[in-house]
Structures are given as C-alpha cells and as structure tokens.
Design a protein around this ligand. Sequence first.
Ligand code: SF4
Length: 393
Amino acid sequence: MLTLGASNPKALYLHIPFCTTRCSYCAFYSEPESSWRGFQETYVSRLEQEIAGVVQETGGFETIFIGGGNPGSLTCEQLSRLLVAAKSNQCSEVTVEMNPETFSESYFPLFEKKLVTRLSMGIQSMDDSVLRQLGRNAKVEDNLRAIALAKKAHGLYGIDLSFDLMAALPGQSIQMALQDIDTVVSLGDPGHISLYCLTVEEGTDLARRVSERELKVWDDDGQMELLERLWNRLGLLGYEHYEVSNFARNGRYCKHNLVYWDLDTYIGLGSSAASFLQSESHSWHYSQKQDLHPFAEGTLFSGYEKEMLDSDQLVEEYLMMALRTNRGIEKNLFKTRFSLDFDSLFSKTITNFDPLWYNDTSHLFVLSKVGWMVLDEIVLRLALQIPQPLDRH
Ligand code: SF4
C-alpha cells in the first residue's frame, strides 16, 4: 500500500496508457495498440484492486480524472468498473478524456448513471493537413462527429464539456487557429477549453523532423503574437482565462486540475502516474515506474517509487503551480503554509521584473497575461531566493 500521509488526498488520477498509434509530438507514456490489444482486462483488473485499496484507506476523493493515452481504448463496462470502485459521496467531479475517433454513444451509460460528469476531448485542430502532421488518428470529420455527440450528451445528461485545442502548429496560420476556436465554440458550446502551444519534446518524431528541417516551428515572437490573438478571441467569446492554458465560461473550471495548481494532495494510479502526498512534516511524490506489462502483471502497489521533497523544492513547486492561475499567490496563505514571508523573500527580485508581468499588492502576487508568456523565467528567478534546508548547505 502507498503511504498516504495525514491529509486526505483530494483527487484521484487514473492513467490509461493505450493509444492506437503515437502522435508525432507526444511525450506522455502510452503504448500503441499492438502492445495492449487483448491486455486491457489485466490492466483494468490491477487498477480496480488498487483503487479499492486507496478508497478503503481514504474514504474517497473530491475529484477523479481518467486520462491517457486514450481512455476510449477501454469499453464502457471497463470504465464503469473503475469508476464504481473509485466514486464516493464526496465526489463532485469525474472527468474522462476521450479521443474523438473512439467516442461513441456506447459510452452514454457512463453519463446516464452519473459515473462521469465531465467529458474532455482532444480536438487539437480542425484542419486535416495539420492533424496529419501531428500524427492524430482523428480527421476533421471525426472531430465534427464527436463534437456533435458530446453536445448531445450535454443536452441529455447535463455533463460538462471541455475541448483541447493546439496552437503554434506547423502549417497553421493565426487565422486558422482563430477559426478553430470559433468552430468548436459555435458547434460544441463547451464550458471549458484548454489551449496548448505545441512544444517540441526530445525523442519524439516531431523533434526529429524539426531537426532535419522537414518541419518549421513557430519562433518565440510569432508564438507570443499568436497567443495574444487567441487569448483575446477566447475572452471575447466569454471565456475566463483562469490558468495559462485553460479557459472557462460561467465558472466551469476543472476542479481536478485546481487541486494540482493549489499543490493539494492527490493520488495517481497506473503506469507512469504520479502522486503528491503530505504528512504534518513531510511531502513526497510517488511515480509509477512499471511499463504496461510489468504493471498489469505485477503485485498490487508495486513499482510506485517514493521521492521525498525538501522544503525548498516544495516552495518552488508551489510557485510554479500557483503562478499559472489568475488566483496567484495569497501572501497570508503562503506564510501559513511555508512559514516564510513572501515579501521579505521575493520583493527585491520582483522590483527588477518588467512591471507589465505582474500585479503585486499587500496581500496578493499574481501574474498578468504578459507575465504568463515568460512564466518559466519568472519562476526561475524567484526560485533562486528560496532558502535551502540547513542540511544541504
Ligand atoms: S492520443 Fe494523446 S497520449 Fe496518445 S499518442 Fe496522441 S497525444 Fe499521446
């Protein structure tokens, strides 16, 4: 069993590492269909038993998220079993990710039985040549069909909808990216949109093609101009920009992700899943190191490696998470949580920042949209001020 700590973990993440084929840009852990076909049941069975173990220990979770990979590689019955094991009365949000090409009405019983309250779909682009470059299995016609089905499920069962889009893609113009937003909003009317810029991850097919100059990616200035246009368009359409890459209408935030951004505790189960847990005095991560087959055939709770976090690592992680959101950092909470005074620690560094990057008041430090564009640099410069624990001096 995992050591769960004193505070009850708020969220549960379940990783389903099954995809049909690999997208060219993907650095997540997932396996192509040739590796898992016929093996889903073994994987689901271990997950189901581990879920039962943690639910017995914790009493349940406030949010559940089944992600991947593509959870649409499992049947409705398999997903139901995982959720029946995981769900408790205190659960207020259950999200399942689904790739458009595998989404069908066969999953509607999940919504009808209220096992799932939120559907998150990776649309990514509404242009066939761009989707092809990304190595997506879905074509525009699959995306259109899936958006219509998702809207139907929303109408019938009241589930929340979230669509993922990607920007700064090879072969994509600003106009095309704006058009993608307009199309998914007008057809699907989602309460939530995630908009990610393409990042070229080492070891991916995309990285190889970029290094061989077969594909050209956007430069920093181009990306900034693009993001500004897309963020403005989403704002005009009524979406609140509540996190660097996330937008919600009428407060339809992703509660599960808010747990991560608050650096609250969560458990992740399945190959490559991560957990963050705390006791009164310590914080630690678990990460599941077993690949698909060793995980599915391994003993329960094997392969979760524990890594303790030092106090400075914890503060840095908190800065990275909290500054992603439009709630920013409440200085009183920061003091209570870390026994450190935010202003004494950071104000000298902050005065050297471009004033357009942030808003700093006596009780709050929050980044502007311009600041979000240079988030990594800001966190890096602040992190240099965090005191290291005495035993590392
Ligand atoms: S569907 Fe998602 S997880 Fe699977 S390869 Fe594509 S990006 Fe990666």
